[in-house]
Design a protein around this ligand. Structure first.
Ligand code: ADP
Length: 475
């Protein structure tokens, strides 16, 4: 891998910037970490991010580290910066807003100050460690302002941005008091990658209506005197390695353990971070309606939801946890029997291999977010299936993945009656239809994987001309 990348990216050194980096073992297993790690290694690149440390007084200077051929520059945060930047502005303002949850945006206590300061701190780290001919690739909603801060220091090098979460409709974005400031800052990137065509349409509409952007061709806009490329780049998973994980010992052990619980019952699975964007209460209600409307499922079907708490200090997450605890208890109380637990809910993380083994065993996977940038669980579930007896994917129309994965059973997660009906249909889907749907989904997940995504992002720079034709194919 490294050798082929070496030739692709030899002309440019990559500087990646993201809030968490893969030097943190908890963040290392994901496809993004693997893809960035390989690319950084091949280009002698550098990864800049938060050290994960909260210090009484955070020095503005990054600490340098190195791991398996990749260099890191890691910035500490002070306690007030962690609260103001990470917990407040990034995760209690931007996260809900970009997921269409205006009702959860903390407008009263919102303060962009620490967010600006942290973007300046990370821009300083880039300026201190990068050269003008490097390509700086910034990730996600924590760093909308980073290129702007760099430009303010006179930086003329290439800076790209990939937004992993959705970009909402202009009216929702306008509700943010700093919408214009953020939009202006986005235009200081040279290329902006987005997950879905809806996100691209939304951003372009905002820029033309509020910032006077003029369109040149399919992807480029002239705005604030600069040319910016806005590119549809749906992220994929490391499909080959995920398929290999499904055959690993930890995968088999986890699958055996779950089989002991499920016996010969049909198994429905959900795997999510515990986040209000994932539609978990609605999903639990749908499962409740399945048991209510279809008594033949009693004793014959179990639902297992894996949902480790995330950002558990934020109030909304504490409330969600309580709501799920209540729903789970109610469903088991209403429908369970001496020898059957209808719903099993595990609020803890599992290893990637174990998750792969659980997907492999399941008959149906419920991926029903109310809003999601992409949703990688949908892709992992498909990658983990056995071709001779594949499970069925039920996917929310509001996940970015729904644009690509059209052979899944697409549902509206708010319509819990319809979701219950779709689960029943999935449980009884004939083998031929399951195989047909899975084969098409598997082709997509295999071809449009994490490497395809990275190459598509860089294609306008000719970083990998050899795959130009496949990059231009509609995803
Ligand atoms: P998000 O990025 O919003 O969390 P995605 O579905 O895109 O949602 O990605 C979630 C990732 O986290 C997937 O790779 C999935 O396997 C992993 N994951 C989700 N739940 C768990 C869990 N309980 N234990 C370990 N990994 C998990």
């Amino acid at each position: 891998m490294a050798n082929s990348l070496q030739s692709e990216y030899k002309a440019v050194r990559l500087i990646a910037v993201s809030n968490r980096t893969a030097i943190d073992p908890n963040a290392r297993a994901g496809g993004l970490s693997v893809a960035l790690w390989d690319t950084l290694k091949a280009s002698n690149g550098l990864w800049i991010g938060w050290s994960g440390k909260i210090k009484d007084f955070s020095s503005q200077k990054a600490t340098l580290a190195s791991d398996d051929g990749v260099d890191f520059a890691l910035c500490d945060m002070s306690k007030s910066q962690y609260e103001g930047f990470y917990l407040n502005y990034a995760n209690s303002v931007l996260w809900p807003l970009l997921h269409n949850r205006l009702d959860l945006v903390n407008f009263e206590t919102h303060d962009i100050g620490p967010y600006r300061d942290t973007n300046v701190q990370f821009a300083n780290a880039v300026a201190a460690h990068a050269n003008l001919d490097d390509f700086v690739w910034v990730h996600d909603y924590h760093f909308f302002l980073l290129a702007h801060e760099l430009r303010a220091q006179g930086w003329t090098g290439q800076v790209g941005f990939f937004l992993h979460i959705p970009f909402p409709s202009p009216d929702v974005f306008r509700a943010l008091p700093e919408a214009s400031e953020l939009a202006r800052a986005i235009c200081d990137y040279d290329i902006v990658g987005l997950q879905s065509t809806k996100d691209v349409t939304n951003l372009k509409q905002f820029l033309s209506e509020d910032c006077g952007a003029q369109y040149i061709g399919e992807e480029d806009v002239m705005v604030f005197g600069r040319r910016v490329t806005i590119r549809h780049c749906p992220i994929g998973i490391d499909t080959l390695s995920f398929k290999a994980a499904t055959k690993s010992e930890p995968a088999k052990a986890a699958s055996r353990k779950l089989r002991k619980f499920s016996g010969d019952r049909k198994l429905i699975i959900g795997v999510d971070r515990m986040d209000y964007s994932k539609g978990l209460p609605q999903r639990f209600e749908s499962v409740s309606k399945l048991f209510d409307n279809y008594p033949e499922t009693h004793g014959a079907t179990s639902f297992i939801q894996i949902a480790p708490p995330s950002r558990s200090i934020v109030d909304e997450y504490i409330q969600l946890r309580e709501e799920l605890d209540g729903l789970c208890g109610r469903i088991n109380g209403d429908y369970g029997d001496l020898d059957w637990m209808p719903i099993r809910y595990l609020a803890r993380p599992y290893r990637r291999e174990e998750i792969a083994g659980l997907y492999n065993l399941a008959d149906v996977c419920l991926v029903t977010p109310l809003k999601d940038g992409m949703n990688l669980v949908a892709k992992e579930f498909v990658a983990a299936q056995n071709p001779d007896d594949p499970g069925v994917l039920i996917l929310s129309q509001f996940a970015g993945a729904a644009e690509q994965m059209t052979e899944a059973l697409i549902v509206n997660p708010y319509d819990t009656e319809a979701v219950a009906k779709t689960i029943f249909r999935a449980l009884h889907m004939p083998l031929d239809e399951r195989k047909f749907r899975w084969a098409a989904l598997n082709d997509g997940v295999t071809q449009l994987d994490i490497n395809w995504w990275r190459e598509r992002f860089f294609a306008p720079y000719g970083a990998n001309a050899s795959t130009q034709s496949s990059q231009e194919a509609a995803p």
